[in-house]
Design a protein around this ligand. Structure first.
Ligand SMILES: Nc1nc2c(ncn2[C@@H]2O[C@H](COP(=O)(O)OP(=O)(O)OP(=O)(O)O)[C@@H](O)[C@H]2O)c(=O)[nH]1
Length: 755
């Protein structure tokens, strides 16, 4: 591109401050050293890294991200989560609570690489956010608290990353903390995550004595200047026999072990090592080892491990180097569906944010083709065509307007009114059809029966069923439409939030993933939509199940206007083990052949609506199969009447059956110092807790077990009181389990106002 064109295009680059945080400029983007506009906006794909940071709550993801942004030159001062002024935690609640709720995408450069980094939340209430982001990443950094090793939430996100086959590197953070142990943390990665750690670094000192790291690959030491207050000043020196005999010995042993480990996992490297360097590993060039580590990381047969202290500004620059060196570029990931698009646009909308001025902002990962502003795109899920009005590069709460973006990048679009989280975006309907034809030709055998659109959808994120609910009321009836609007916007952003109407009271009901989730939604409605709402008491989402088979018959005979609707249905409900809220629907041989498609659909709708409200508590019914034995329809009867009759008949059957209530059972992990173990265990016993194991973790005890969700509401306050604030806990839904008869009758009496 000629320089005048570059200048002209640069003028078009505008800086937009969308949510009120100010930065004077973006060094590297509008600086003097710009070589080519194209490489700034659309760097070569081999130089792009789409990376997530994931971990247990409080492991230091946000602090690490802040350091990364600072060292890469995009912020001028170091943010601090404890002071509430970090870039990625830009929502007001995050600043106040010091936790990350919404993932923010941040784009920056490091040594010629473009890094798109997504900061993901650590709290279990927001695991959907993590999963949604993992879906669009090519690699991830798992951050650990080096004094705690693998914690409960790390396991969850690690499993999620396994599911999406995301290559990872591990960063053992908090090496400065008293109790930090490199060996302990590495062991826990090996044992709990069943991963093979590749030790690319060793710490120089631990706890208060932590000074820097040894680069095992290059046998060099990196020491941070203790007088530097931002950690920019550090020196890298080769380890020498004269000055560092002990460290050199340790590093050499670690390097030899690393070489053997990598050779075991990578044949190409094994050939090289055995051929040229079998006599002396010291002669093996670092670059050859790094290339092999990159391959092994990509193959996910092992994980590189680095260490440092984000808070004390040590070890973050080598982490950035490792991200560019070992994690894959978009083209190294093998996305099967790309072949169908042949270079046409294919993107995934992975997050929607609502901006008051600009409306919905949609984050997209572009897999193939390019995205331009002022163009139409086709949404396969919504089967609609929409217009992208503007295209932005996301920089935390700032966004830079750009003229186009190519494959491998993460973009932020303005103007899409219907696109929701998880939608697949292509350039046009005809492009979707062409891709569908190719997919069909290339033998997508198992999906042959699916519709055209389904074949092309990028695998979405499974949305877990909410476990908590409560009513929400606007300050006055006149404000109900405003509340409905706010909830609609929030749902598009956050598919794990469900909103429904209570059919009896007519109240709006919020269903969420946890106490914090609902609290945050309540807060956001107030702050972002200016509505003071009232929440009813938080309730557990129970389910119901039947214990025996029951047959029922029902007839509906109604005349509406001059039309008679008459239908008689006979069906059977029986228990099955699916652990699912979706009823299994079957047709007896006697009716299967005679039913029209419309009657089948009407029957299924009736079954689904009856299963939404069980007879005991009005909770959804799980594990049920429904068989249609007979359906007699008078000519002219509407499908709505058929559904109504089926629903009434099934409810009759459910009422007659023996029934039980199922309650959500949570996996619980409490980390507590020894002195407080007894009161914690005694308290859990009173909460119907079932303790499976008590492990030792450094000076702490880790209590692992199950506890019913109903018993653990408000547990953070109780635990704080019991342990003087020294314990932490993590909760995760395990499954729904049958309540014992005593607990069930107590719950029923409470609900029906008998006690
Ligand atoms: N000692 C020590 N403390 C750290 C380090 N990194 C972070 N912290 C502290 O740990 C706490 C949590 O840090 P965050 O960066 O908010 O952790 P996070 O993982 O982003 O937390 P969530 O967003 O809530 O999941 C804060 O009090 C930090 O100051 C570190 O390297 N050493």
């Amino acid at each position: 591109m000629c320089s005048s064109k570059i200048r002209a295009s640069l003028k078009r680059l505008k800086l937009h401050v969308l949510l009120g945080r100010n930065y004077s400029s973006l060094p590297g983007l509008i600086g003097n050293d710009i070589k080519s506009l194209h490489s700034i906006i659309n760097p070569p794909i081999a130089k792009i890294r789409n990376i997530g940071i994931m971990a247990h709550i409080d492991a230091g993801k946000t602090t690490t991200t802040e350091r990364i942004l600072y060292y890469s030159g995009y912020t001028r001062s170091l943010g601090d989560v404890d002071d509430g002024d970090t870039v990625t935690d830009f929502m007001a609640q995050e600043r106040e609570r010091g936790i990350t709720i919404q993932s923010a995408a941040v784009t920056f450069d490091w040594k010629g690489y473009r890094i798109n980094l997504i900061d993901t939340p650590g709290h279990v209430d927001f695991t959907l956010e993590v999963e949604r982001c993992l879906r669009v990443l090519d690699g991830a950094v798992a951050v650990f608290d080096a004094s705690a090793g693998v914690e409960a939430q790390t396991l969850t996100v690690w499993r999620q990353a396994d599911k999406h086959k995301v290559p990872r590197i591990c960063f053992l953070n908090k090496m400065d903390k008293i109790g930090a142990s490199f060996n302990y943390a590495v062991e826990s990665i090996r044992e709990k995550l069943k991963a093979k750690p590749l030790l690319l670094q060793l710490p120089v000192g631990e706890g208060r004595a932590f000074k820097g790291v040894v680069d095992v690959v290059r046998t060099e030491k990196l020491l941070w200047n203790p007088n530097s207050d931002d950690g920019k000043d550090f020196e890298r020196k080769p380890l020498l026999e004269m000055s560092d005999p002990k460290l050199l010995k340790e590093a050499t042993e670690a390097r030899n072990a690393l070489i053997e480990q990598v050779a075991d996992l990578d044949d190409e490297f094994a050939d090289l090592v055995l051929g040229e360097f079998s006599e002396n590993f010291d002669l093996l060039p670092a670059e050859k080892l790094q290339t092999a580590i990159h391959r092994v990381t990509l193959a996910q047969t092992a994980v590189p491990v680095l260490c440092g202290s984000a808070l004390k500004n040590k070890g973050v620059q080598p982490l950035l180097d490792a991200i560019t060196m070992y994690l894959p570029s978009p083209e190294e990931r093998n996305y099967e569906f790309l072949q169908w698009y042949k270079g046409d646009l294919c993107a995934l909308a992975f997050k929607v944010l609502h901006d008051k001025q600009r409306g919905p902002l949609v984050f997209m990962r572009i897999y193939s083709g390019m995205l331009k502003p002022q163009t139409a795109i086709h949404n396969i899920n919504g089967n609609c065509t929409e217009r992208v009005s503007r295209l932005l590069l996301p920089f935390a709460d700032q966004h830079i307007e750009i003229p186009l973006l190519t494959a491998g990048n993460i973009a932020l679009t303005v103007g899409l009114k219907h696109t929701a989280t998880g939608d697949t975006i292509v350039s046009s309907r005809s492009s979707a059809l062409a891709a569908s034809r190719r997919a069909k030709r290339e033998g997508e055998k198992k999906q042959k029966e699916n519709s055209e659109a389904e074949r092309l959808l990028l695998a979405g994120v499974e949305i877990p069923e909410p476990v908590f609910f409560c009513t929400i009321e606007p300050p006055s009836m006149a404000k109900q439409p405003d509340l409905d609007h706010a909830l609609k916007c929030l749902q598009r952003e956050d598919p794990s939030l469900k909103v429904k109407l209570d059919p009896d009271s007519g109240q709006t009901v919020l269903c969420g993933m946890g106490e914090l989730h609902i609290e945050i939604i309540h807060d956001r409605i107030k702050r972002e939509y200016g509505l003071e709402t009232y929440l009813g008491p938080l309730q557990v989402a129970y389910r119901e199940a039947i214990l025996n088979s029951i047959r029922a018959t029902d007839t509906l005979d109604r005349t509406l206007g001059d039309k008679r609707h008459l239908v008689t249905v006979e069906l059977e409900a029986k228990p099955v083990e699916t652990s699912s809220l979706l009823p299994v629907i079957e047709y007896a041989a006697s009716v299967a052949g005679d039913l029209s498609q419309a009657s089948r659909e009407a029957f299924e709708n009736g079954v689904h609506s009856a299963c939404l409200q069980g007879p005991l508590l009005g909770s959804p019914v799980q594990d049920v199969a429904v068989t249609l034995h007979s359906l007699v329809i008078h000519p002219g009867t509407s499908t709505t009447m058929i559904s109504a009759c089926v629903s009434r008949c099934l409810q009759k059957a459910l009422k007659k059956a023996d029934k039980q209530i199922l309650e959500p059972l949570m996996n619980l992990e409490v980390t507590v110092s020894r002195e407080y173990l007894s009161p914690v265990l005694a308290d859990l016993a009173q909460r119907r807790g079932n303790i499976q194991e008590i492990q030792s973790r450094q000076d702490n005890k880790v209590v692992i077990g199950y506890v019913p969700l109903a018993e653990i509401m408000g547990y953070s306050t109780v635990l704080r009181t019991l342990t003087s604030g020294s314990a932490t806990f993590a909760l995760e839904l395990s499954n729904y389990q049958a309540m014992n008869p005593q607990d069930q009758s107590m719950l029923l009496s409470q609900r029906h106002g008998l006690s």
